[in-house]
Design a protein around this ligand. Structure first.
Ligand code: MOS
Length: 710
């Protein structure tokens, strides 16, 4: 194909969203709807002794109160690393703060909320495990099917004999996803058939979990997620409230809606776990790194296992012959952590790219130059060639836009009036994968087309880019293409996660559009080349007397054992910070991110996506932290007044440089995926700039003023 779009068209769903016509889960109108409110635990470990319902039951409008005493028994999956183990009122044990312990259903939301507040719950509390350092680390058997520990060469020996050594420990705190739209589920049963409207990143995965939980064939479950207000991983797998909504609907025989409150968004729906990371680098005096050691400890819950694979970042990046990565887990009384935008790479990049910066100062080499001296020309682990790699161009173009050459290498040497000025750099990398996906492209005889996939647009622009892919492949203007997404009744799709939705579903839609074009051409007995406009298709359909023609595709997951190329997206972040030396206050003054992610289907939505990642990187670096009371296990920052996501005032003008990259090998549409790479390396670029400004190396995020006023 000569061209595959790239036009920065406005979102095709934009008008629906700004006029309120795009229905989010909590807005889906259903006749006879009832309202469930979840009640959550106030202890972090222990048992429920009693739940006094006497007051709540007397309230008008209350339909049912579910507790472990009367909730239907369901099948709970064993820990499997993919979907999370759910706590859905099956016993009296409390494993974590804010665990669901009851559900109140009433005829209005207000009545359900009020009745829920009247439940009197008594617990016996046990001591809580809240500190990683106090726990006993263990090695997970695998991380989502991959080896947990990774080795090449002999890193410890090479480190011991290196001329220049750096050995540091870094920490990242718990971060919560905090999408604008809280989790929400509306469930309705028709006999043994369950339909759930769910704020979800992946309806097919939800359907499998719901079917297995309720012992139903998958065909009996339909999950719909038409629009969601942000996901970032927390909506990647169904949590307890989804099952509880379905359970309540079953018990009441009424449709039930359950929407989480903002405080409930801080516990039972995942988080990025805390990490403690040792990074050791051994280099020669020219900065050639011979050994890297990255030892990661993160926490998981007491009843399920999720590993934040921070070590994965280091494996992918530099040409270091000897490498040892270990991942350890400590069980704490927390909810189970989960995928959080670039799980692993985000936290790992802070440790590793901070260490690279420290090594650069130790060697007296420019931090950007140190990265270039260790640039990998082939994949350091697999030794495979890259399908494409434009990291050098990202460094060059990013540095140029940013004005890296104006940086005085000495710390505390640059000023703007009374403020200390610092400039920092860090690298971004994220693997490009693809999963099985189907697609449907239907051509109608009025010269319009319909595109369908179960893939969810989580706000990134999937509706728009898939419309563009179909339109271009068919030769239609985008206005002639309608699209429906996010419904298990549509062709199978992976989660909108792991930066792979566009590569997976975009490929399926491209192939389905090719198929539709071929079928229409065959119907009209013409060459497909003749089909260059909707009218050409319509004429054939009308002549043949058919209402529509379907093109389909079933794009299989590429067989990894056949991989001939390493497939990764790369980028480079450049941050300028201004630090008030008296107050310790850090402001990000400028930020430039340069990224190469294969073909960009829509420059506008892509830019938004990269910028969003950088904004969260600012939060990671400077403002965000979930604080737990170490004695009780209670999360103390379960609101947006104390968990500080960056606001507009915290975010400078962010400049995104899209580095052109043609990748002929990666997939039929040449895209690598851009969902996650924007956040990877953003926080360390800021941390490195703070060091350059102040001479204070903060190895524990977030960089709050107290850490700079030393
Ligand atoms: Mo992402 S953490 O794969 O939603």
């Amino acid at each position: 194909m000569s061209k595959l779009v790239g036009d920065p068209i406005a979102r095709v769903d934009g008008a629906l969203k700004v006029t309120g016509r795009a229905k989010y889960t909590a807005e889906v109108p259903i006749a006879g709807l009832t309202y469930a409110v979840m009640v959550t635990s106030t202890i972090g470990n222990g048992k429920i002794v009693s739940i006094d319902q006497s007051q709540a039951r007397k309230e008008p409008g209350v339909i049912v109160i579910l507790t472990h005493g009367n909730a239907p028994r369901v099948h709970i999956a064993e820990p499997n690393g993919q979907a999370r183990v759910l706590r859905v009122l099956q016993d009296d044990i409390v494993y974590y703060d804010r665990q669901p312990v009851a559900v109140v259903v009433a005829d209005t939301f207000e009545r359900a909320t009020h009745a829920a507040s009247l439940l009197r719950i008594e617990y016996t509390a046990q001591p809580v495990a809240t500190r990683i350092e106090a726990g006993t680390p263990y090695a997970p058997k695998a991380i989502q099917g991959h080896a947990a520990d990774l080795k090449r060469g002999d890193a410890d020996t090479a480190f011991a004999s290196a001329a220049v050594k750096l050995d540091r420990t870094y920490r990242t705190p718990i971060y919560h996803h905090n999408p604008m739209e809280p989790h929400a589920s509306t469930a309705t049963w028709d006999g043994d058939k369950l339909t759930v409207y769910n704020a979800s990143q992946g309806v097919d995965g939800d359907r499998r979990v719901l079917a297995s939980t309720f012992g139903l064939p998958v065909q009996s479950v339909r999950v719909i997620s038409s629009y969601i207000g942000g996901g970032f991983g927390c909506k990647g797998t169904p949590w307890s409230h989804v099952v509880l909504a379905a359970m309540a609907a079953k018990v009441t025989n009424r449709p039930v809606k359950l929407v989480l409150t903002r405080p409930q968004m801080f516990s039972s729906v995942g988080h990025r776990p805390e990490t403690i990371q040792r990074v050791a680098l051994g280099a020669d005096r020219n900065g050639k790194i011979a050994a890297q050691i990255h030892e990661v400890t993160s926490h998981t819950s007491t009843f399920d296992e999720f590993t934040e694979p921070s070590g994965r970042f280091s494996v992918m990046l530099y040409n270091v012959p000897n490498s040892r990565i270990t991942q350890r887990l400590v069980r704490l009384n927390t909810a189970t952590p989960t995928f959080t935008r670039a799980p692993g790479e985000t936290s790992g990049s802070f440790a590793f790219e901070s260490a690279m910066d420290e090594l650069a100062y130790q060697l007296g080499i420019d931090p950007l130059e140190l990265r270039l001296r260790n640039y990998a020309e082939t994949d350091p682990d697999s030794r495979l060639p890259y399908s494409s790699k434009s990291l050098r161009a990202c460094y060059e173009q990013g540095a140029q836009r940013f004005g890296w050459s104006r940086r005085n290498p000495r710390v505390r040497s640059m000023r703007d009036r009374n403020l200390l000025v610092g400039m920092g750099v860090a690298t971004a990398v994220y693997p490009s994968n693809r999963s099985e996906a189907g697609g449907l492209v239907r051509i109608f005889r009025d010269g319009t087309a319909l595109v369908n996939s179960a893939g969810v647009d989580i706000g990134t622009g999937a509706y728009t880019v898939f419309t563009q892919v179909a339109a271009e492949t068919l030769g239609f203007p985008v206005e002639r293409v309608r699209i429906g997404l996010g419904d298990t009744a549509m062709p199978i799709a992976p989660n909108a996660g792991g930066s792979q939705l566009t590569a997976s579903v975009g490929t399926a839609i491209k192939l389905a559009a090719d198929d539709a074009r071929t079928r229409v051409a065959a119907l009209g007995n013409v060459s497909p080349d003749r089909l260059t406009s909707p009218e050409a298709y319509a004429a054939i359909l009308r002549k043949a007397g058919v209402a529509s023609v379907d093109g389909t595709s079933d794009a299989k997951k590429p067989d990894d054992s056949q991989k001939k190329f390493a497939t990764l997206a790369f980028g480079a972040h450049f941050a300028e910070v201004h630090v008030d030396p008296d107050l310790g206050q850090v402001r990000v003054a400028r930020f430039v991110g340069a990224f190469a992610s294969g073909r960009i289907l829509n420059a506008q939505t892509a830019r938004n996506q990269y910028m969003g990642g950088i904004v969260w990187g600012i939060g990671n670096a400077l403002t965000e932290i979930t604080r737990t009371d170490l004695r009780s296990g209670r999360i103390m920052t379960a609101n947006l007044a104390e968990y500080l996501v960056p606001t507009n005032a915290d975010v400078p003008a962010i400049e995104v440089v899209i580095v052109p990259e043609e990748d002929p090998h990666i997939n039929p549409i040449g895209v690598k995926g851009i969902g996650e790479i924007g956040i990877v390396g953003a926080a360390p670029a800021i941390a490195n700039a703070v060091y350059h400004a102040t001479g204070v190396r903060v190895r524990e995020l977030p960089i709050t003023p107290d850490k700079l006023l030393t």
